[in-house]
Every structure is written in C-alpha cells, then in structure tokens.
Write a protein that binds this ligand. Sequence first.
Ligand code: 5GP
Ligand code: ZN
Length: 112
Amino acid sequence: MDCLFCSILEGKIPSAKVYEDPFVYAFRDINPQAPVHVLVIPKTHLASLDEVTAENAEAVSHVLAAIPRIAAAEGLEKGYRVITNVGEHGCQSVRHLHFHILGGKQLSETMD
Ligand code: 5GP
Ligand code: ZN
C-alpha cells in the first residue's frame, strides 16, 4: 500500500517528530498554517474517520488522549483547534487518518 504517512511512520520519509508512543506518532506539518501546526496519527493505518468503528476506535482514543499532552508541551495553554479532514468535500489530501493541532495565535472564528 502506498501511503505517505505510513512511509513517515516507517522512517522512509523524514519528519520532525513531536511525540511518539506505542500507538501514536506526531510530527510538524510541512506547510504550517499557524505558528504551531502538528499532525497526530495512529500507527495503524485507517484512511480517515470514515473507517473508524467500535472495534478499532481504541487506535483513535490513543490519538485523542495524546492531543492535550502534545498541546501542553507545545505551550498552547491559551487554546488550540483540532481538525480532521474527511474525503473530497473535507479537502483531505492524505488518506491516513490524521488530526491537525493548530495554535500559537488567535485563530479565526470561521471554520470553513
Ligand atoms: P489534509 O489536507 O489531508 O487534512 O492534511 C494533510 C497535511 O499533510 C497537509 O497539511 C500537508 O501540509 C501535510 N503534508 C503533506 N505531505 C507532508 C510531508 O511529507 N511531511 C509533512 N510533515 N507533512 C506533510
Ligand atoms: Zn497509512
């Protein structure tokens, strides 16, 4: 399977690691949209939130549990935004489930 983020997990493509545990990997977005822009991914391949089920949701729960720890380590005590894009209308460009953490400035009130 040809997946960019699986290649990053395998170390075939370099990335700026922010956090790692047995289930989760986080790294800096190559094209940051805010002073802090981190991507948080499960180590198991799921294409998007659309593939999450009760059976595999544990992989996602580890990701969600890591997010506030990463945000705190990045100094985002004033707040941040978490986004996961799904499919064409969601403008998902990489088909490996990922959560964007955006912060480090006052973000806009609009989300579209
Ligand atoms: P999406 O549009 O799928 O929600 O987000 C994909 C994100 O991955 C984009 O913000 C894009 O900048 C980032 N990205 C794409 N290729 C790479 C890469 O090779 N390395 C890193 N660190 N980020 C990437
Ligand atoms: Zn993948």
